[in-house]
Design a protein around this ligand. Sequence first.
Ligand SMILES: [Zn+2]
Length: 267
Amino acid sequence: MRLFNFDMENNKSVIYNLSLDDLLPFNTDFSLLYRLIKAFPGIKINIFIPIQGRSYRGMRNILDYPAWCEKVQKLPKKNIEFGLHGWFHHLNDSKSTPEFANLSQKEAAQLLKRCENALERAEIPFSRGFRPPGWIMSKGSYEACKELEYVYIADNASCYPYSEYEDIRIPRIFVNRDLAYERIIRPFYQSALYFPDRAKYCFQYGHFTSKAKNNFNESNLRKIVRIIKSLPQVDFRFLSELGAEMRLRGWSILPTQIREMQCLQSE
Ligand SMILES: [Zn+2]
């Protein structure tokens, strides 16, 4: 396997991934996904599915929508990879706490397994990758991901207190481009430590829900196309592939690297 096969001299190749959160029956525009795939037949998109979502609380979950599940199953596997994104996404408390914000390892492992089981029953294939709902997760949740041998966590560097990260070894992949803004976001959020030159990767992210500014709509689709076309040469990757490569290299994040990242942020 070739790892991060950049042409360091000429900067010809850019690793690209698009990740989209909150795929649910009421907010899926499959036609936009197919248009993007038609424009870039080699594109690799990671989609994170909550099983029920907070808007559905007390109502139905994805298993109650078999026709929708069938459409999800039919999305081309060479282009789409699914990952986990919680059950309810947020708790139904006064602060609307993200679902994995305070869980112990045992609680988080149970919830992840429950979500996996629901995806299996829905016959939606997934890789063991996790994006914490609300981009927040407890230390126990990290430990649960490690226990269950998750391939990667797609969070951001602010999700977890650095000082307590020392004993956790799991690839974390940070996005660096918001769909709505196009610009490269501040170094704090970049995978600069995994990828020696941040100009050489582009991880765009957004949502399916129209409540988010960076939702996957017509105008943001055009932005995605514009950005990919602007890259000199694209190397599309799934997050699971990047996670596996990072693991292979022992590139799980180290405490010293976390400290470097803090320095980057304060620059
Ligand atoms: Zn979400």
